[in-house]
Design a protein around this ligand. Structure first.
Ligand SMILES: NC(=O)c1ccc[n+]([C@@H]2O[C@H](COP(=O)([O-])OP(=O)(O)OC[C@H]3O[C@@H](n4cnc5c(N)ncnc54)[C@H](OP(=O)(O)O)[C@@H]3O)[C@@H](O)[C@H]2O)c1
Length: 279
């Protein structure tokens, strides 16, 4: 079982990825993102999840430099945006992200959304970057089983990670089983359903029993299910609170109670319907 904020899962290529990280979607470029990332690092986070489309890679890079942490201690993820899909444009997008971050390699580079017809050639660009040692691991985001099956048939390297919407209202059990079978690590985005789950009565009841917050219960549930989690906050007290999940363990019964809250309900787009950036 995961015991600390620094604990890692070993991806199928042997690279160690922290189970817990900070997400920075909708965090403003400049002081807001700089503060969030610096607080996270100060409180022991080792993993930061950004993306080209979040438009805050420069601030993430600045925060990393200002925090004074050794680059090798950190795990930095970014993603190629939909409008950059394609072989050459992905290679270019990767260079732009690295330059903005001010880094000379990434730990994980993801295809942000599958779209319809370009993700195979986009993946081939990620394979090239991986083989050249520009990125330590490559993966996908928002891939359904059918996207993964197609990718596996048409690629040399299996994705190491699939980052998808995942929380107690969307437990993605079939996708999770498929990923486990293929050795692909599942990673949860919007683990708190952007705050929508925090007043759920079952979760409130469980949280009181453990003397923890609802956010902590959900994030602990992620970890006990073997799912990497990257909650976002711009508030130092919440950044600290969210990561304080290593001093308790949910019982099997409570895990099942939380699993049973599933209603296949999304806060974001269904990957089959996502068109932004692809038009
Ligand atoms: N691959 C993808 O397509 C994709 C899509 C969406 C997100 N992501 C990644 O996943 C990360 C997390 O997802 P998310 O940002 O959408 O949502 P989230 O982490 O589920 O929720 C963030 C929201 O919850 C609030 N919050 C955080 N901790 C809290 C706490 N302890 N108590 C009460 N409220 C709390 C935050 O407000 P404050 O900031 O005001 O504290 C914010 O409004 C993103 O930042 C991004 O890195 C990826």
């Amino acid at each position: 079982m995961v015991k600390s904020l620094q604990d890692t899962t070993t991806l199928h290529n042997g690279v160690k990825m922290p189970w817990f990280g900070l997400g920075v979607f909708k965090v403003k470029e400049g002081q807001e993102v700089i503060d969030s990332v610096k607080w996270a690092i100060k409180h022991g986070y080792k993993s930061i999840d950004t993306a080209a489309v979040y438009q805050n890679e420069e601030g993430v890079g600045q925060a990393i430099r200002e925090s004074g942490i050794n680059r090798e201690e950190l795990f930095v993820t970014s993603k190629v945006w939909n409008s950059d899909q394609g072989y050459e444009s992905t290679l270019q997008a990767f260079e732009t992200s690295l330059q903005k971050l001010g880094l000379d390699y990434l730990d994980l580079y993801l295809i942000h959304w599958p779209g319809k017809d370009k993700y195979i050639e986009t993946w081939h660009a990620l394979e090239k970057l991986y083989k050249e040692g520009r990125v330590r691991a490559i993966g996908v985001s928002n891939f359904h089983i059918h996207h993964l099956e197609n990718l596996l048939k048409n690629s040399e390297i299996k994705p190491m990670v699939n980052q998808v919407e995942y929380h107690p209202h969307l437990t993605q059990t079939e996708l999770h089983e498929f990923c486990k079978k293929e050795g692909i690590q599942l990673e949860s985005w919007s683990p708190l359903k952007r705050g929508e789950l925090l007043n759920d009565s079952t979760l409130v009841e469980i949280s009181q029993k453990y003397n923890k917050s609802v956010a902590q219960v959900i994030l602990r549930w992620d970890l006990q299910n073997g799912v990497v989690t990257i909650p976002k906050s711009i508030k130092e007290n919440r950044i600290k609170e969210n990561a304080d999940v290593f001093d308790f363990e949910l019982s099997q019964e409570d895990m099942e109670k939380i699993n049973s809250l599933n209603k296949n309900d999304r806060i974001g787009s269904d990957p089959d319907e996502m068109t932004a950036g692809f038009e």
